[in-house]
Design a protein around this ligand. Structure first.
Ligand SMILES: Cc1cc2nc3c(=O)[nH]c(=O)nc-3n(C[C@H](O)[C@H](O)[C@H](O)COP(=O)(O)O)c2cc1C
Length: 180
């Protein structure tokens, strides 16, 4: 199975989550090959050759980073052709999370799902029974809160990386069932 993980990361938090998802996908899965690319270096060909596409972004002003949106808009050509139809998609995010309502992460992840659904892809969420979910999970996918209680940048906690790893293995398991 060929997987593309495309993400944006200015300060490394979202990249850490991407790497943890990749580690979870690789665990015990010899036939999984993973292309880990930034959104900006991701080509349309990368999207086309992947069986599974995973998008990750930091929350920027309540929505996805523009670099991720730019990739989504570049891929509009593939919507015209319908060439992503039937592929499996997953999402993840990080954010400062200042305040009591997640700083916009929910609508950010829903926007990534909406894009996959527009292409006719199958979106895979994150079940609450998975390891790490209680601290790093949302129903759309893993989330790492990287800000501290003063609203300043910190780092994603280990619990979020645990969630990211278990999401990676969950994606592979579900994709195998779909393609069985
Ligand atoms: C321009 C900008 C806007 C941001 N806006 C938000 C926001 O609306 N909500 C939030 O929770 N975090 C926000 N943050 C914090 C980032 O989402 C957070 O630091 C994230 O983990 C950074 O990921 P990275 O280390 O992969 O770049 C913002 C950060 C930047 C640089």
């Amino acid at each position: 199975m060929r997987v593309l993980i495309a993400y944006h990361s200015d300060y490394g938090n979202t990249k850490k989550m991407a790497e943890a998802i990749a580690a979870g996908m690789r665990a015990g899965q010899a036939d999984v090959s993973i292309d880990l690319h930034t959104a900006e270096e991701t080509s349309l060909q990368d999207l086309l050759i992947a069986d599974m596409i995973v998008f990750g972004t930091p929350v920027h002003m309540g929505s996805m980073a523009w670099q991720m949106k730019q990739l989504i808009d570049r891929a509009a050509k593939l919507w015209m052709e319908g060439t992503l139809e039937g592929k499996v998609g997953g999402v993840f995010a990080t954010g400062g999370g200042f305040g009591g309502a997640g700083g916009g992460v929910e609508q950010t992840m829903i926007a990534l799902h909406s894009n996959f659904l527009e292409h006719g892809m199958l979106v895979i969420g994150f079940p609450k029974s998975m390891p790490g979910y209680a601290d790093g999970g949302l129903q759309w996918g893993p989330y790492g809160r990287s800000g501290n209680h003063e609203g300043m940048p910190d780092t994603v906690p280990d619990a979020a990386l645990t969630a990211a790893r278990s999401y990676g293995s969950h994606l592979i398991e579900v994709a195998r069932k779909i393609n069985a």
